[in-house]
Design a protein around this ligand. Structure first.
Ligand code: OAD
Length: 236
């Protein structure tokens, strides 16, 4: 059964503990392109073509150029009403974890504090040799001579263990999982959605389009995150 927006609002209001899973759609209204769907391609490449260790080994200049383009979009962007609504929701609840697949920093800039970043941070570079991290700049190489790479998780790489364990634990004990702006096709992040259902949480999905989980969640809301989320806040 697809419950109403009013039901979703009351679940959020009554919940002791909330987990939120966000994806690129939450930053789309801030002008940061998504990976899939309309406007989701850079030139003719898919994320799966560029966001891999193999692509970086074969063509580091191309991969770096893609990241510089994405970093420029993040620098220009500001949080939108969806980011602000999630930061406000966190302030109303004791048990709250925002789990994001996004590598931008818009949740933090909107005021979210308890954030598990499953796919790393795009504004960080890491040396593939000495592993030292630094703010991303124009340099290609570390002082040690190693090549610098973006501090993000690529396809085929493991997620940061601590972040994923925090996310999995929050999903197992939450009363409500709110899933926003993710196509829910990239694992293990997408696996958090059936995990919440298995652990008897209510699952609310906010997305412009249908996802593989839309038919199974408790409430699937179609539309812009920046319009729907402010309206879902318990006291609004
Ligand atoms: P995707 O680009 O796959 O999906 C974005 C989702 O957001 C789609 O389902 C859209 O329908 C939805 N959407 C777009 N604009 C929206 C809006 N204004 N309001 C609500 N929904 C909106 O992005 P992710 O699911 O985040 O990983 O992608 C998952 C991972 O795949 C990324 O973290 C990245 C990527 O490759 C890595 O690079 C490892």
């Amino acid at each position: 059964m697809n419950a109403s927006k009013e039901d979703a609002r009351s679940w959020l209001g009554n919940a002791q503990s909330i987990a939120v899973l966000t994806g690129a759609g939450v930053s789309a209204e801030s002008g940061i392109p998504t990976f899939r769907g309309a406007g989701g391609l850079w030139r003719n490449f898919r994320a799966e073509d560029l966001a891999t260790p193999e692509a970086f080994a074969e063509n580091p200049d191309l991969v770096r150029e893609w990241y510089q383009w994405r970093r420029a979009a993040v620098r220009k962007a500001a949080p939108n009403p969806a980011h602000y609504a999630l930061a406000k929701l966190e302030r109303c609840k004791r048990g709250f974890l925002l789990i994001t697949q996004n590598v931008d920093d818009l949740h933090e800039r909107a005021g979210s504090r308890n954030v598990a970043k499953l796919h790393g941070a795009i504004m960080i570079d890491r040396c593939i040799q000495c592993q030292r991290e630094r703010e991303a700049g124009d340099q290609d190489n570390c002082e040690c001579g190693g090549r610098l790479r973006p501090g993000v998780v690529w396809f085929g790489e493991a997620l940061p263990e601590r972040e994923f364990l925090r996310a999995a634990a929050a999903v197992e004990k939450c009363d409500v999982l709110l899933v926003v702006g993710t196509s829910a096709v990239v694992y293990p992040a997408a696996g958090l959605i059936p995990s919440a259902t298995f652990h008897r949480a209510k699952v609310i999905e906010v997305n412009l389009e249908e996802t593989p989980f839309s038919a199974n969640v408790d409430c699937s809301l179609r539309g812009l995150a920046g319009e729907i989320l402010p309206d879902l806040l318990p006291d609004s």
